[in-house]
Design a protein around this ligand. Sequence first.
Ligand code: SF4
Length: 347
Amino acid sequence: MTATGSPKSPSARIKLEVSAEPALRQIPAEELAALQPTIEAINALKIERNAIVLAHNYMTPDIYHTVADITGDSLALAQEAARTDADVIVLAGVHFMAETAKITCPDKTVLIPDPEAGCSLAESITAADIRLLRQRYPGVPVVCYVNTTAEVKAEVDICCTSSNALQVVESLPGDRVIFLPDQYLGAWVATQTTKQVIRWQGACEVHERFTGAELRDYRAQFEGISIIAHPECPPDVLAEADYVGSTSGMINWVKGNRPNRVVMVTECSMSDNVAVEVPDVEFIRPCNLCPHMKRITLDKIRRSLETMTTEVLVPADVAARARRSVDRMLEISAAPSVTAVGAPVAR
Ligand code: SF4
């Protein structure tokens, strides 16, 4: 499975035609009317600055459906950052994603609308921790989830995302691998490989809150419901799922399978964004918000483009070493895969 970014329509870049955009109908008309000047200002600034907005799937619908040029998961955004010919990238997501964009295209200006948009996973490990792990497990390859700082990426052998974690682990030599920082994604990968997966004990504060009992309640309450879950969830949650995959994998699963009812066990803006593309599917929506993703707003995107702040900078030596880890991942992700995380789970 490969994840690809979803380019938005050209109208997103120029002028908002409310009535012509079915995706906008889920935003209350009054709210949309109030947002319209900001949306049009952003789209005009994008042209003026030769800028694009890369938006993660967890952005709110007002960002996702109006000003985003590309939407996707972490892997898709990294791939699109690497191939865009825009001069300026506004990363509507969290800080490590903006750093990854800067690492893959050091000559471009990368802006994050709120530099405080962090991530519990990225904050759980440092470059010094990696150096200690290497001392403790000499010769064992180190894989880091893309939800890490540039300094951490610079210390490891290769990065991965939830789209390609298994593919990356399987590509490495030897029978052991150090996987960090997400203990749950590492545990999920371990169920699908013969390698020993040595895990760091980080966790996503959003996905860790889901429980298997909650999902069993959904099955009892909603007849015929399909449950699809992100691999950052704990094992008892994944054990209840009909499908486990990255955010892009989950979107593709819903579009391909068209279940009557589905619950997406991930950050809650995902369901809002996907629901408009599959109106025949009923979404049951648990709501676990990521407080870091929700720091990004239309107003902050506008201010970011007006003032060209906050620019994300990565020291050249760190960026060069981190880029090797990211490039290795992108090379592997470009290759055909039959083993990526994103597998149907037999029930
Ligand atoms: S949802 Fe979890 S992994 Fe994603 S940015 Fe928020 S805290 Fe980090």
